[in-house]
Design a protein around this ligand. Structure first.
Ligand code: ADP
Length: 352
């Protein structure tokens, strides 16, 4: 408006000044021509008035109406009305600022809606995951109370099941507590120089026995150098491996189930691979499995239990280590989870 209003007002003032000058001149010199001069005055004033009126309507009133409509739309919760005005004047500037504000509000509202949706989904999942063991615990406890259990063996079986179910619940609660901590960066990492080969064998020992007791054929392969070093927090890294292996067990649908862990040398990186021959996932689901609370349709409907946060925790841990994690899978054939960590280079750090 600045520039164009100034132009229009200048034009109007020049026209009026000219009129006044002509009128005075006419009155001073030739009194009888005054009538025609008045007519010219009126014509010029009317033309200038119409022009100014049109300009005001086009440049001020219409954009203000448009802006008002957009404000109303935002006030009513419609954040999709685009205010398309890029004129180089104050109204254009205000419109642009309002447009930026609208986009910001829209993005915030979308993020909040997404979080609300995720929270609702999480509460649904937690309720489901807690309800299943609680129902079992109640059932077995009632069995004992009602005297259904007569022999010491039966009693032991019932109590062991109650214990295992309570353990499942405790694990879920631990997972949720851990998740809130890691999500708000409250996990203090204890980074240190770690031998990936040693870490690999510790994991193999750790998960191997457990998998064997579950009747899963477990194999492992090691191709990295014993001299390799990575900077890592072993406790957190072990959580990643455990989570992937637990998933491999949870989503296993073959007999015999097979799980293989490998450590590979990839130049500047070491690569961990955990493969299973379980039910696998659709390619379209792979990009989302590391999102928090995401569970594939198949697992959501299968009643396997799970909060959908294990892999998002794993991703966060690996990324906090400066590494990368991804998955490949084939429905019915199995899945492979891979993560890489950069090797520690003594020279690199001493350069810094
Ligand atoms: P959850 O607690 O549901 O297991 P995760 O974050 O650990 O949550 O995994 C997200 C989803 O990825 C799972 O719900 C499951 O659908 C899928 N998934 C993860 N690992 C596997 C696997 N080894 N085989 C098949 N599906 C898997």
């Amino acid at each position: 408006m600045k520039k164009r209003l100034r132009e229009h007002l200048t034009l109007l003032f020049v026209a009026l000044a000219l009129l006044i000058a002509i009128t005075f001149n006419a009155v001073a010199h030739t009194g009888e021509q005054v009538f025609f001069v008045y007519i010219i005055d009126v014509v010029v004033i009317v033309v200038c008035g119409i022009r100014l009126f049109k300009w005001l309507r086009k440049e001020v009133t219409e954009p203000m109406d448009d802006l008002r409509e957009s404000i109303k739309a935002v006030a009513n919760g419609n954040f999709d009305r685009i205010l398309d005005r890029d004129s180089n004047d104050e109204i254009g500037e205000v419109s642009q600022e309002f447009e930026n504000l609208r986009i910001k509000i829209r993005d915030n509202v979308e993020t909040r809606n997404k979080l609300d949706r995720e929270n609702r989904e999480l509460i649904g999942n937690i309720s489901h995951d807690l309800k299943t063991p609680i129902t079992a615990i109640k059932g077995y406890a009632e069995g004992i109370l009602d005297g259904v259990v007569t022999t010491p063996e039966q009693q032991k079986k019932y109590i062991t099941t109650i214990y295992n179910k309570a353990d499942d619940m405790a694990r879920l609660i631990d997972e949720l507590t851990y998740y809130t901590k890691i999500d708000t960066n409250k996990i203090p990492y204890k980074f240190e120089k770690v031998s990936p080969v040693e870490f690999f064998y510790d994991c193999v020992e750790d998960v191997g026995l457990d998998l064997e007791t579950k009747g899963i054929i477990f194999t492992h392969e090691q191709h990295a150098s014993p001299n390799d070093i990575v900077i890592a927090d072993v406790e957190q890294l072990a959580k990643v491996v455990n989570n992937i292996v637990n998933n491999a067990v949870k989503y296993m649908d073959k007999i015999p189930g097979r799980i293989r862990i490998s450590l590979l040398d990839e130049g500047d990186f070491v690569k961990f691979e955990i493969e299973d021959n379980g039910k696998g996932m659709e390619a379209s689901e792979l990009p989302r499995i590391f999102d928090r609370f995401y569970r594939t349709d198949a697992s959501r409907n299968s009643g396997t239990g799970g909060s959908g946060i294990g892999l998002s925790i794993s991703k966060k841990i690996i990324e906090d280590h400066g590494g990368k994690i991804w998955a490949s899978s084939k429905v019915g054939k199995g899945s492979k989870f891979t993560f890489i960590l950069r090797k520690y280079q003594e020279a690199e750090l001493s350069d810094e």
